[in-house]
Write a protein that binds this ligand. Structure first.
Ligand SMILES: Nc1ncnc2c1ncn2[C@@H]1O[C@H](COP(=O)(O)OP(=O)(O)OP(=O)(O)O)[C@@H](O)[C@H]1O
Ligand SMILES: [Mg+2]
Length: 367
């Protein structure tokens, strides 16, 4: 997938604008505070119905405007195009339109516009809470395994039932046993998809990382959220008392994690900031390759402040990997000289200069 047109109104400091980006490399450059990240924010909003900086959408709306909107025309993998629109007002009203129809959920947007974000906060994937790594993992599984979403929804429902029962005990034994069976079956299904995904991801990740860094012995492993040698039903039965005390279910896929280790330590504790960024880039680029292989379209990369924390050699290596993915990429930087050269002759590159919220195209990929 790629965005062939984007129209942005009242997102942060951006003046209303319509862009026709390159299907491959797009570079947004300009001074600090000019609005580069805001463009990525607008695309993020279109693909996920939420901001990547704030959990609230309110700060994304221009101070003086009642609502922000983003429209995009997406070129689909199977040919043809789809028109997406998202609008959010100050009262919290969110409207998602897909080809002129109101959409039911943000998952529909995510399916049409698979986004990968690489920004200065990316190291959190290594350092942060397991939830961030689960989101990373599930993004990948969602985009290559269409049965994942259904299993995930079943799990959430069964888990809500069980946690409510743990707290209030309102359900009779037989009904709760039925819900537990549902919980275990959805959990096994999710575990199967996640495990297969990690198995496919690992060699691609290792290959990608080797292009960026010489890190002998970095291992990626998957923890499913409960003892690998026991059935979930058995684990649930043995931890029932503790679950009741805590009021929620401790074991299960909602506790899964990915572990990156180096020389017997958590990789996040050992690697430098720049190395962490490169490891995260390798993980995200590997995900892009798996999306490509699944032939359900391609993802779009939003790379905020690419040069930060990377030296010349690593910056070039990363650009080459992004280019080799054949995906659409939006890259922001302060100094465009750092990214102007080095792309292959036949790669269409567009450049946009951002200044006080106004965007001017300085290089057109079609020329
Ligand atoms: N809701 C809003 N309404 C209007 N302006 C806003 C709003 N939120 C943020 N801004 C302003 O938008 C400007 C652009 O921010 P943005 O993060 O896009 O800059 P940037 O070009 O990415 O800068 P940097 O190079 O420092 O990362 C900032 O000056 C910020 O103060
Ligand atoms: Mg920025």
């Amino acid at each position: 997938m790629s965005l062939s047109r984007i129209t942005v109104t009242a997102v942060r400091n951006l003046h209303p604008v319509t862009l026709s980006p390159s299907p491959r490399i797009n570079i947004l450059h300009g001074a600090n505070g000019s609005g580069k990240t805001s463009v990525l924010e607008a695309i993020h909003l279109l693909g996920l119905a939420r901001s990547f900086r704030s959990t609230r959408l309110q700060p994304v709306i221009h101070y003086e405007q009642p609502a922000c909107t983003v429209f995009g025309q997406v070129q689909l993998a199977e040919g043809g195009s789809s028109n997406l629109g998202i609008s959010r007002d100050r009262q919290g009203e969110l409207q998602i339109r897909i080809d002129g129809q109101n959409a039911r959920s943000a998952a529909q947007l995510a399916d049409l516009l698979p986004l990968q974000l690489i920004n200065p906060d990316s190291f959190r994937l290594l350092e942060g809470a397991p939830k961030i790594r689960r989101q990373f993992l599930d993004w990948g599984v969602f985009h290559v395994e269409h049965r994942f979403l259904g299993a995930w929804q079943r799990l959430q429902k069964a888990l809500r039932q069980r946690n409510s029962w743990l707290r209030h005990g309102t359900l009779d034994g037989a009904s709760q046993a039925a819900w537990d069976r549902e919980l275990c079956s959805a959990s096994d299904e999710i575990d199967t998809y996640r495990r297969a995904y990690i198995q496919a991801l690992k060699p691609v990740f290792e290959r990608t990382l080797a292009e960026l860094l010489q890190l002998e012995g970095l291992t990626l492993s998957y923890y499913r959220g409960w003892d690998k040698d026991r059935e979930l039903s058995e684990v649930l039965a043995s931890s029932l008392f503790r679950d009741q005390q805590l009021g929620h279910t401790q074991a299960g896929p909602q506790r899964a994690d990915l572990r990156l280790r180096l020389a017997g330590h958590n990789a996040a504790e050992i690697l430098s900031r720049g190395q962490q960024k490169l490891v995260v880039c390798a993980l995200r680029i590997a995900q892009g390759h798996l999306v490509n292989e699944a032939k359900r379209g391609q993802c779009i990369y939003l790379v905020d402040d690419l040069p930060s924390e990377l030296d010349e050699q690593h910056r070039q290596a990363l650009c080459r990997l992004l280019e080799d993915l054949h995906c659409q990429v939006f890259i922001t930087c302060v100094d465009n000289e750092l990214l102007r050269e080095g792309w292959q002759m036949d790669t269409p590159v567009s450049m946009f200069h951002v200044e006080h919220g106004r965007i001017t195209q300085t290089q057109d990929h079609r020329e």
